[in-house]
Design a protein around this ligand. Sequence first.
Ligand code: KG4
Ligand code: ZN
Length: 349
Amino acid sequence: MLEWHCMKNVKYTAFTGKPVEIDENSLIMAIESSCDETACSIVKGGREVIANVVASQIKTHEKYGGVFPEIAAREHLEAINVVIDETYKQANLTSNDITAYAATVGPGLVGCLLVGLNAAKTLALVHDKPFIGVNHLNAHLCANYIDTNLKPPFLALLVSGGHTQIIDVKSYSEQIIIGETIDDAVGEAYDKVARLIGLPYPGGPKLDKMAQEGNPKAFVLPQAKVDGYNFSFSGLKTAMLRLVKSFEGKELPTADLCASFQECVSTVLYKKLKIALENSGYKQVVLAGGVAANSEIRKKVFSLKDEGYDVFAPPMRYCTDNAAMVASCAYLNTNTFNTIDAEVFSRVK
Ligand code: KG4
Ligand code: ZN
């Protein structure tokens, strides 16, 4: 049974500026298009998913070994109307039922973000409903509120393609980053190492799968010592490059390389998170971001249950990019971009 957290607040319609009360019965339609997934979702009261549609571009980008921004933007354009229609159909609802429209405004690929943002703004203007712009990283965190009764405060480990952060989530709208990577993000390191080893795009999940067949103790890799709750993964990436080169002319022990890399990354993340958690005094810990789908990182973070912590991580479908997390964020995190002239941004300002 979901507990409703009353987040009553007033937002204003995009065309005539009429006040609209947003409450636990509000249905928010959100669009996500920051990278290579065109997604749309309708969520009630920030926690109950009514419809969730994701169109993935994996097939398109596979042949380039990574996301090609201009092609990604064009694919979003082709998919967006179909994905929105499918969402209404899945929910058996029409625009009359929607309280507000939301979209990711950044960080992400600008050309891609523009497609989702303009679609949500147009819907808000045409139907005269409020528009809510959402930060993609906040949305990843909010994936943990879907179908749960999780309430702040808690500590979060956010691991994505572009970010690696330990966040002190003091309230739904107040978050303090207490540690982050000083170079590569975890997802980025996964993708680069996967390419180095010769695994196809998308590298992260492929490396994770391969690691499960290897010996995590096969190679000892460097765990960077960085101040405070910060991380560094570029040294590990270089160590992997050297290791791979040392096998030139011989067969690459792919599974062992993957397992050893995964062991090193997950251990570093776990150790820092645990220290941060002990110092915070919080009893709840949350895993978020695309890399929260990683089997070993999940296993290590969930082992904190044995130490008396409540551990949360979204189910797989809400770890990687989706619009349900954006709709949840639009409702629960009031720290949003609510004007119709909100602009896209590629990086955190
Ligand atoms: O959070 P996300 O959508 O990226 C950003 O918002 O920046 O997640 C995408 C990242 C990619 O780097 C992808 O390789 C990684 O998450 N990823 C994984 C796994 N599934 C996705 N990395 C390791 N293991 C996985 N199972
Ligand atoms: Zn993401």
